[in-house]
Design a protein around this ligand. Structure first.
Ligand code: C2O
Ligand code: CU
Ligand code: CU
Length: 481
């Protein structure tokens, strides 16, 4: 029954899509054609989030960030009300280097309390930016920590109890890129905005006059995914990226609230995944489809060297929607050759304790883990530094879920008790993993043996990253002592 409902929802979205006349690339006012004169910017060019530069004070890199109400142009000639971070929609990209001492100073200029969480960051619980660290209206809260983890693509977004979904939906999210000696020495694309491109993929519903982003999920959408009718990339509808004819790296974030994306190029152009959520993969994995659940990241490298003047469409095959057109129109101004080996990951450690977490429901709109809904005053698991545990996550429902952990990462070791069923690109360091309906998986989680601590007043969270599920109970807390 649930599956059938999901099918109907998809058909509905597809029908609406046809009605509004959005064919592939058709929403580009000036893009889509391969006849853009050289050197001229294509209309509806892919927006690249600004790289925020820090101000250094006493050896600490300060990033001053304002969370504001703003207006953004999604549709030509229309200003849509949004939330943003020093922008009109989304926020700037923060580029951090391993070893940096940083202070991310968030000032809340909204009329409501919010928080700002560093998703994928390994930092002390009190710097995590969850519901335990609210930012008062008009107040400033600082996440101060030393960056101590391998190069990866993380992101920041609100984590306010019961309000994460609407706050993210209005536009609060940004990229947190971490570099280290290894990532800097690899012969991979790393010129931000030139051949190293962040892609925040989302979908939204707008009001009829398009002046508002409408967050109003029905019970069905709460359960099965709040899949908008307008797909956006870095806040633009079907934008065009004018690429150099060389290897291009895309840092892809599924920044949606609760939409699964099945990504690929429409002409089946292949690409190589080089990184998962929290680290490089040991070797690039050749693929032509990439399934990303909400909150997951993947870095891919696409080789456009022999594709001058060709056009490629990055597409979500799950919902038949276009995210981006890549127009290979510029001559390469540097070259890279993707190495066969990217990094060495630690062997998967042996667990000394195991736990089970069952994702379930109570009624139609309450989501549970082990039968309980989120309670800020309850600690669900107490761990210690250096602990290695096997967690089994069970999706006992007929709907999609995933599982995210704060403060550390994990290694998926089996799906439905079969180690061979773990996809190659799920074998790296992950902090979000997809759980199809009625499935289970096991991962090994290791608590770092450094100064990572989370006490009962500032615990870490684990939760489903389908934000409608998280906001309605599917979240728990753990301490690290
Ligand atoms: Cu991206 Cu606890 O969240
Ligand atoms: Cu997180
Ligand atoms: Cu869920």
């Amino acid at each position: 029954m649930k599956n059938r409902r999901e099918f109907l929802t998809l058909s509905g979205a597809a029908a609406l899509y046809l009605l509004t006349g959005c064919s592939d690339g058709g929403t580009n006012p000036g893009g889509g054609g391969g006849d853009t004169p050289p050197g001229e910017e294509t209309a509806n060019a892919l927006p690249i989030p600004e790289l925020k530069l820090p101000v250094e004070r006493a050896g600490v890199k300060h990033y001053d960030l304002n969370i504001i109400e703003s207006q953004h142009t999604f549709f030509e000639g229309v200003k849509t009300n949004t939330y943003a971070i020093d922008s009109t929609y989304l926020g700037p990209t923060l580029l951090l280097t391993r070893g940096d001492k940083v202070s991310l100073n968030y000032t809340n200029k909204l009329s409501v309390e919010t928080t700002m969480h560093g998703h994928g960051m390994h930092l002390p619980g009190e710097m995590d930016g969850t519901a335990h660290q609210p930012i008062a209206v008009g107040g400033t809260w600082s996440a101060k920590y030393t960056v101590d983890q391998t190069a990866c693509t993380n992101w920041y977004h609100p984590h306010y109890l019961h309000q994460t979904a609407p706050h993210v939906y209005q536009g609060l999210a940004g990229m947190l890129i971490i570099e280290d000696d290894e990532s800097r020495s690899l012969d991979i694309p790393k010129r931000y905005g030139v051949d190293d491109i962040p892609l925040v993929l989302q979908d939204r519903f707008f009001s009829a006059d398009r002046r508002k982003i409408v967050y109003d999920p029905s019970m069905d959408q709460l359960d099965m995914g709040y899949v908008g009718d307008t797909f956006i990339t870095n806040g633009a509808i079907s934008p065009v990226f004018d690429a150099e004819n060389k290897e291009i790296r895309f840092r892809i974030l599924n920044g949606s609230n609760s939409t699964m994306y099945d990504l690929g190029f429409r002409n089946a152009k292949s690409f190589k995944q080089i990184a998962t959520d929290n680290a490089f993969l040991e070797e690039p994995i050749e693929m032509n489809r990439l399934l990303l659940s909400p909150g997951e990241r993947a870095e891919i490298v696409v080789d456009f060297t022999d594709d001058m003047d060709a056009e490629f469409t990055l597409y979500d095959f799950m919902h038949s929607q276009t995210f981006l057109t890549v127009n290979v129109s510029k001559s390469a101004t540097a070259s890279t050759t993707l190495p066969a080996v990217l990094t060495t990951l630690d062997p998967v450690p042996t667990a000394t304790n195991s736990r089970q977490f069952t994702l379930g429901m109570r009624g139609m709109d309450t989501f549970t883990i082990n039968g309980k809904t989120m309670n800020m005053n309850r600690i669900d698991a107490a761990l210690s530094r250096g602990d290695v545990e096997e967690w089994e996550i069970i999706n006992g429902t007929g709907m999609n879920h995933n599982f995210h952990i704060h403060g550390t990462h994990f290694r998926v070791v089996s799906r439905d008790d079969d180690p061979a069923a773990v996809a190659e690109n799920d074998k790296g360091y992950k902090d979000v993993v997809y759980l199809p309906p009625h499935s289970r998986l096991k991962f090994i989680v290791e608590i770092p043996n450094d100064d990572v601590t989370a006490d009962a007043a500032n615990p870490y969270m684990f939760h489903c990253h389908f934000l409608e599920h998280e906001d309605n109970g599917m979240m728990g807390q753990f301490t690290v002592s």
